[in-house]
Design a binder for this molecule. Structure first.
Ligand code: ATP
Length: 418
């Protein structure tokens, strides 16, 4: 199969440049990965958008290496490169564009679920090590084959059949992250997971292979899903297929870390309906997973997760406070993403109070600032702190509404030696 020349001409100039340097050296350059899949699905797919560009080069027999190529491209484009010697990969960063360049390689997995060992090899072997047939396509960018789609596993046909199919039977065992990826691509494109592949996927789940993945790799996959437009459907499938419980086998069956699966799915659906994005979905999921201190999550995520896990006590307290300043004092210090999630998942007066805090109270500030208080004769130090707090409380409870009223309050407090 050939891709029209004009499509290749429309690729970013750095792709053409890479191809011509590699060609002059006697090597081969290819566009690979999801780019070729997307191009075959929709010829206009590669124009616009801020996507990463994946190029594979075969420099065997040229006497040149990937590092030399990255240096040459850096000199000729003014970009900046990073080179990972052990993975035979590099990245070239240009303004507004990121190009990942890898040497074509074959892989072997010394054990299930660990990162593979790699050796330079040709493009066909490189494609055969990939996850699914639809992702095992390359577009030749150099030499007489320029424009040819290289398709050793029947990916173009599976694209037409709308099927996600693994390339070999041990695929999910070698790398259980492919279970997440199969679901993600199936939902994203509205494809089916081919029946043999689905069987292999379920076998790998039942046999517990996902538990061999490191938390980093599981969280990376969850983040990729949370970034997708159809994240809910993907998460539903991941949870229903038992993938998460297989990753963290402390929980089992219909229990999802102490909560019914149904409840988790309903809560995720409510969050998505409310417009929650990647950050909130991820924090919610983390609150349902047995995260320990070794999990690679941010400090903010950890704090928000902990707040969510203590939600029963917080919501019970919130149901008892009425005064605006009391609501403020109860909720201040609790990470905003956790409160946003709780506002979606709660109801009645508790929800109204959470929304009141998020939409209004947390933004309230007295008009007078420290310098104004000093001018009014307040001494810097603890007295100042107390005064500012009293002003804030008065503002929150709408007992003062203007700068003059605030000043009057300061004078009253001074006369009472606050
Ligand atoms: P997206 O549109 O989400 O960027 P993509 O297919 O480009 O999709 P990447 O995660 O960027 O996804 O991966 C690039 C390519 O690398 C894939 O198309 C696939 O060929 C290969 N690949 C990625 N992850 C794996 C994996 N776990 N196992 C095998 N091959 C993989």
């Amino acid at each position: 199969m050939k891709i029209p020349k004009r499509v290749i001409k429309n690729l970013p100039p750095v792709c053409q440049l890479t191809a011509s340097v590699v060609d002059a050296w006697g090597g081969r350059a290819y566009l690979v990965g999801g780019l070729v899949r997307d191009l075959l699905l929709d010829a206009g797919a590669l124009s616009g958008g801020d996507r990463d560009w994946d190029i594979a080069v075969d420099l065997r027999g040229t006497g040149k290496g990937l590092l030399g190529l990255l240096k040459e491209l850096q000199n000729r484009t003014g970009g900046r490169y990073v080179f990972h010697h052990q993975f035979l990969t590099g990245t070239l960063m240009l303004s507004g564009l990121r190009v990942d360049i890898a040497h074509t390689r074959e892989e072997s997995y010394p054990q299930p679920a660990v990162l593979p060992e790699i050796r330079p090899a040709g493009i066909e072997a490189d494609l055969r090590r990939r996850d699914f047939t639809i992702n095992a396509l390359a577009l030749a960018l150099s030499g007489p084959e320029t424009g040819t789609v290289i398709d050793p596993t029947g990916g173009a046909s599976d694209l037409k059949l709308r099927l996600i199919r693994v390339i070999h039977p041990l695929s999910f065992i070698d790398d259980p992250t492919r279970i997440f990826r199969a679901i993600r691509f199936a939902v994203r494109f509205g494809f089916e997971i081919e029946s043999g592949t689905l069987h292999l996927m379920r076998q790998a789940i039942t046999a517990g292979y996902p538990a061999l993945l490191t938390p980093e790799r599981v969280l990376y996959e969850l983040r990729c899903i949370c970034r997708e437009r159809n994240a809910l459907k993907m998460l539903e499938a991941v949870i229903r297929e038992g993938v998460l419980t297989a990753c963290f086998p402390k929980s089992s069956g219909q229990e999802f870390f102490g909560v019914q699966v149904r409840q988790v799915l309903d809560e995720l659906a409510a969050l998505v309906r409310s417009g929650a994005g990647e950050e909130l979905l991820m924090i919610y999921l983390l609150s349902r997973l047995p995260v320990n201190e070794r999990f690679p999550i941010t400090r903010e995520e950890r704090a928000a997760r902990e707040a969510l896990m203590n939600r029963t006590v917080l919501l019970e307290r919130l149901s008892r406070v009425r005064r605006r300043s009391s609501i403020y004092q109860l909720l201040r210090g609790i990470p905003v993403p956790a409160l946003e999630i709780l506002a979606v998942l709660s109801s009645g007066p508790v929800r109204s109070r959470l929304r009141l805090y998020l939409d209004e109270l947390m933004h309230v500030q007295p008009q007078l600032q420290a310098a104004d208080l000093i001018a009014a004769g307040v001494k810097p130090g603890p007295q100042m702190g107390r005064m500012l707090e009293r002003l804030l409380v008065a503002r929150l409870d709408r007992r003062v509404k203007s700068r003059d009223e605030e000043l009057a309050l300061v004078h009253r407090l001074q006369s009472c030696h606050v």
